[in-house]
Design a protein around this ligand. Structure first.
Ligand code: PLP
Length: 481
C-alpha cells in the first residue's frame, strides 16, 4: 500500500515514511492510493476476530491492510501491547451501551485521559517508539494544547524511548482536572510549558518554531496533530468494532453520529464506509462552531476568524477550520488533486471560503457518502444531559451530548441502529455537568485526588526565544545522560 497527497504531488510513500511526517510536501494530506475492500467473507472473519480474540486482533487485521512495511508479527505485538483491558478499562475496549430505542452509545473514552483521542494516540506512541528504535533516531514532539490533545499525547509518549514531548498550554486556562492530568506526570521525557497567554499564543510559538527549519532539523522537532494518517487509521478500527457489536449478520446496516471538530473522527468513519463496512449514515454533529454543519447543509465551506470562533462548553469541538476535511473533499471530487489544491491551497487562503453548491458532486455527499449533519447549542447540551440522566440514569459529557442531540434528529424510523460515539467522560467537564444536574459527575477511582498530586510544569512568558532555549537545553542534557 502506498500513500498519496490530496494535492496531487507525484510522490508515493510507504506507511512508515509518512508515520513521522506531518503534511505532504505540497501542503496536502496523505491518503492511501485506494481503500482496501472488505467483502462478506472478510467481514465475517473480522466479526469473529473481535468476538473471539478481541479488539487488538481486529485492529491488527485492519491495520495489516494498510501497513506493508512492518513485519506482521511486530504489528500484531504492537496492537496487543496497545489495546489492553488494563489501559482501556474493559476487555471490549469500546463497549456499546443501549440508551433508548434504536440509539446506542459506543464508549471511546475509557483510556488514560478519558477522551477518544487515546484510542489513536496510544497506538501512535507505540508505533513511534518502534520506528524510531528501528531507525536509531530521536524525535522531539512540540505541541500546543488547550486540553485533550496535549494530555492524550503525553500519556501516549510518557517513558517512550527516543521521544521527548514539549507541550505548551495557556497558563491557568485549562480546567483544574485537565491541569492535574498533565502536570502530575513525573516522566523525565515529558515537559509541560505553561505559557503566560492564551491558546493562540501557544499555537503561534509552535508555528514559529516549525517555520525555523534550521532549529527544527537540528533539534528533530515533530508534531502529533490530528492530520497524522496513523491516528486516522487507528480510529477506523472502532467503527468496525461498533458495527459487529450492534449487528448479528452482515446484511444489517448501522449509522453513526460523531461529535466533530477537526473532522478526524468522522473521517475515519468515511474510510470504514469506503472499505465496504455497511454504514448507512454518517452524521456530523457540531456545536455553535458550525463550519461543517454549514457545509453539509449548503455546500459552502467558510472558515472562521478567531473573533467568530466561539468558546463553548464542548471546547474540544471549538474549531475555526476542520483540518482533516480536505481528505473527504478529495474523495468527493473524484480524487482530483489539482481541484483539491485549487480549493484548499488557493481559494481558502485568498477568499477564506469555497462554494461547491453548484457542483453536482456536492449532492452526492449525502446520497453516495452518507453524510448528514446538525448542530447543538449550550442550552441543547444542558437539556440533553439532564434528559439522559433523568430517563436512563446515564451521565454523558458535553461533546457526547452534542452527538445525542443531533442523532435524535436523524435516526429516521429507527430500523437502522444509530450509534453515537461517546468522545469523553463527564468528569472532564464537571462544571457544565453541575450546571445541568446540580451535582458533580462520578469520578473514576484512579482519578481520586489528582488535583493534590505534585505538579511538574514550567511557567514562562509567551516568548519564542525562551521556549526555544528551553527545548535546546533539554534536548542536550537528555542526550548526554
Ligand atoms: C477532539 C475531540 C472531538 C473532535 O474530534 P475531531 O476528530 O477533531 O472531529 C470531540 N470530542 C472530544 C471530547 C474531543 O476530544
Amino acid at each position: 500500500m502506498l500513500y498519496i497527497s490530496t494535492r496531487g504531488h507525484a510522490d508515493r510513500k510507504h506507511f512508515c515514511d509518512i508515520l513521522l511526517e506531518g503534511l505532504a510536501p505540497d501542503g496536502g494530506l496523505y491518503l492511501p492510493e485506494h481503500y482496501p475492500q472488505v467483502d462478506d467473507a472478510m467481514l465475517t472473519r473480522l466479526r469473529k476476530a473481535y468476538h473471539e480474540q478481541g479488539y487488538a486482533e481486529l485492529a491488527f487485521q485492519i491495520l495489516s491492510l494498510y501497513i506493508d512495511d512492518i513485519p506482521a508479527a511486530d504489528l500484531k505485538a504492537l496492537c496487543a501491547k496497545t489495546y489492553t483491558a488494563e489501559v482501556f478499562g474493559t476487555g471490549e475496549i469500546v463497549p456499546l451501551r443501549h440508551l433508548e430505542d434504536g440509539l446506542w452509545l459506543e464508549a471511546l473514552s475509557n483510556g488514560p485521559t478519558l477522551a477518544f483521542k487515546d484510542m489513536a494516540m496510544q497506538l501512535l506512541g507505540n508505533l513511534f517508539e518502534y520506528e524510531l528504535t528501528r531507525r536509531g533516531a530521536e524525535l522531539n514532539i512540540l505541541g500546543a494544547t488547550s486540553g485533550d490533545t496535549g494530555s492524550a499525547a503525553e500519556y501516549a509518549m510518557r517513558g517512550k524511548k527516543g521521544i521527548r514531548v514539549f507541550m505548551t498550554s495557556p497558563h491557568g486556562r485549562m480546567s483544574p482536572f485537565q491541569q492535574a492530568q498533565m502536570f502530575s506526570l513525573q516522566d523525565a521525557n515529558i515537559h509541560n510549558l505553561a505559557i503566560e497567554g492564551v491558546f493562540d499564543d501557544c499555537q503561534d510559538i509552535v508555528k514559529a518554531v516549525s517555520n525555523d527549519l534550521e532549529f527544527k532539523r537540528k533539534h528533530k522537532i515533530g508534531t502529533v496533530n490530528s492530520i497524522n494518517w496513523a491516528r486516522l487509521l487507528a480510529q477506523v478500527v472502532y467503527y468496525f468494532a461498533g458495527y459487529v457489536q450492534a449487528t448479528e449478520t452482515n446484511g444489517q446496516k448501522v449509522s453513526f453520529t460523531v461529535p466533530s471538530g477537526n473532522f478526524g473522527n468522522v473521517c475515519a468513519g468515511h474510510v470504514a464506509r469506503m472499505m465496504g463496512l455497511p454504514i448507512d449514515k454518517l452524521v456530523v454533529a457540531t456545536n455553535e462552531n458550525d463550519v461543517l454543519d454549514e457545509f453539509f447543509r449548503t455546500g459552502v465551506y467558510r472558515v472562521r476568524g478567531s473573533a467568530d470562533t466561539h468558546e463553548t462548553s464542548s471546547p474540544s469541538m471549538d474549531i475555526s477550520k476542520a483540518s482533516n476535511f480536505e481528505r473527504f473533499v478529495f474523495d468527493l471530487l473524484g480524487r482530483d488533486g489539482a481541484k483539491t489544491k485549487a480549493l484548499f491551497g488557493d481559494a481558502l487562503s485568498t477568499q477564506g471560503q469555497f462554494d461547491l453548491s453548484q457542483d453536482p458532486r456536492f449532492a452526492q455527499a449525502a446520497g453516495q457518502y452518507g453524510f448528514l449533519s446538525g448542530k447543538s447549542t449550550h442550552a441543547d447540551r444542558l437539556a440533553t444531559i439532564r434528559d439522559t440522566h433523568q430517563r436512563y440514569g446515564v451521565t454523558i459529557d458535553t461533546h457526547t451530548a452534542d452527538g445525542v442531540k443531533v442523532a435524535r434528529e436523524h435516526r429516521g424510523d429507527g430500523s437502522v441502529p444509530m450509534i453515537v460515539l461517546e468522545t469523553a467522560l463527564p468528569i472532564k467537564f464537571a462544571q457544565t455537568i453541575v450546571e445541568a444536574l446540580g451535582h458533580a459527575p462520578e469520578r473514576p477511582a484512579k482519578f481520586e485526588g489528582i488535583e493534590d498530586l505534585p505538579k511538574r510544569v514550567q511557567v514562562m512568558p509567551a516568548d519564542l526565544d525562551l521556549v526555544k532555549a528551553y527545548i535546546a537545553r533539554h534536548c542536550a542534557t537528555a542526550a548526554q545522560g
